[in-house]
Design a protein around this ligand. Structure first.
Ligand SMILES: Nc1nc2c(ncn2[C@@H]2O[C@H](COP(=O)(O)OP(=O)(O)OP(=O)(O)O)[C@@H](O)[C@H]2O)c(=O)[nH]1
Ligand SMILES: [Mg+2]
Length: 385
């Protein structure tokens, strides 16, 4: 597939479709976010298309007419569609527009690719990209074979894609093997921590809501904090510290920070990042972080759907934290308080509300330790009988 590796300075036409009758806010918000993602990649948006149609065109997504219009424009390098395109739609759009054509999934994979720094992160991104390419190739194989040969026979196109497919499969297997090794080491560490009575609280939330800032504020860990999407792609763990004197408040409470979420996080990325996301699955409790200055209801539902997808136990204790309260009015805080009555309201940047958060963490920890102790005693008495 002829996909350019870098988008820095490239000129983008961004496009989406919205239903004719009842334009849905969700689509528009997603589109705004999509543009943000492209800017994060260094792309320049020169054209926006919001096409009113109830369903995507099966062959050209935005419709043949629009595609032909784009073909006429010389100032566009890339056509980016805020949705997941079918392989045949990519082929058709590319043919008609003569531009590079990419979708939401690929844009997110590319951002991850730019941000990955660790060996594990890089491998996971490569895996996601290969899975993406494979999915598009499977559809394209059919397209190409129809183009290249008689129905039912192997056309030259198919032979070529077959070769590529085999190559991709081999690389996927090699990466999965290496990731499996990393996963094993991680498992050993996790089990050791558990045996020693450590508890882990996982920060979960949308990207850029301030998870790493909270980790730094609570543990003093020197983690990367940036006003951009997907700064953190790996897992970092810190020990809960006393906020006034920097001493450990309890050496056995760990806070873990990991990759952030986004609406419609591609399945290829969720499955590739499974080993990183596993830290959430195996943690003892969760800290949901919501940015109060943004659409927090959407963030909340995104967290829930990702957790569901990675099979996190719904019964796991959780604390809901609203961050960035320094950016909003009192009214907005009161409104959120009414909806989420047990939530904690903080500003990790200004360091307000952190004591309350810490107290909640300690309270939940004591409850879990007590429960674990009871289970242990029960087991011991059972084995004594
Ligand atoms: N105003 C304000 N800004 C904050 C607060 N907490 C974090 N930020 C800013 O929000 C941006 C993102 O912070 P991070 O801690 O990197 O966010 P994150 O959730 O770890 O983001 P990813 O790693 O990209 O998923 C940074 O510019 C922070 O300085 C806060 O309480 N108030
Ligand atoms: Mg982060």
């Amino acid at each position: 597939m002829e996909i350019q590796e870098k988008y820095e300075g490239k000129k983008f036409c961004v496009a989406t479709i919205i239903p004719k009758i009842k334009p849905r806010a969700e689509k528009i918000e997603s589109f705004e976010e999509f543009k943000e993602l492209i800017k994060n990649l260094g792309g320049e948006i020169v054209e926006e298309i919001i096409q009113k149609r109830d369903r995507p065109d099966p062959r050209f997504f935005i419709g043949r007419g629009k595609a032909e219009e784009i073909a006429q424009k010389n100032n566009i390098d890339v056509l980016a569609i805020d949705d997941i395109l079918k392989p045949n739609q990519i082929v058709n759009l590319r043919e008609i527009t003569k531009k590079e054509v990419i979708d939401r999934e690929y844009i997110i994979i590319k951002i991850f690719a730019e941000r990955a720094t660790t060996r594990e992160g890089k491998l996971q991104v490569e895996l996601a990209e290969l899975k993406y390419r494979l999915a598009k190739l499977i559809g394209m194989g059919k397209e190409m074979s129809q183009l290249g040969g008689m129905p039912g026979t192997r056309g030259p196109g198919e032979t070529k894609t077959e070769e590529l497919r085999r190559h991709i499969f081999a690389r996927i297997r090699a990466i999965e093997k290496e990731l499996e090794e990393i996963k094993k080491t991680r498992k050993i560490h996790r089990e050791r921590r558990k045996k020693q009575g450590f508890l882990t609280f996982s920060l979960v939330g949308y990207t850029n809501v301030g998870k790493s800032t909270i980790l730094r504020a609570l543990s003093g860990e020197d983690v990367q904090i940036k006003n951009q999407l997907f700064t953190t792609l790996e897992t970092r763990v810190g020990t809960l510290k006393d906020l006034t004197n920097g001493e450990y408040s309890n050496k056995k409470i760990l806070i873990s920070d990991t990759v952030g979420f986004i609406r419609n996080l591609p399945h290829s990325l969720i499955s590739a990042f499974r080993s990183t996301l596993e830290e959430i699955v195996f943690s003892d409790a969760l800290i949901f972080v919501l940015d109060i200055s943004q659409d927090y209801e959407k963030q909340f539902s995104t967290i829930r759907s990702v957790l569901e997808e990675i099979l996190v136990d719904e019964q796991k204790p959780r604390i809901i934290v609203f961050n960035k309260i320094d950016l909003v009015s009192k009214e907005r805080i009161i409104q959120a308080q009414q909806k989420f009555q047990d939530a904690v309201f903080i500003s990790a940047l200004k360091k307000t509300g952190l004591e309350e958060l810490k107290e909640k963490i300690i309270k939940i920890s004591e409850r879990i330790w007590k429960q674990n102790q009871m289970e242990k005693t029960e087991e011991m008495s059972k084995s004594a009988i």
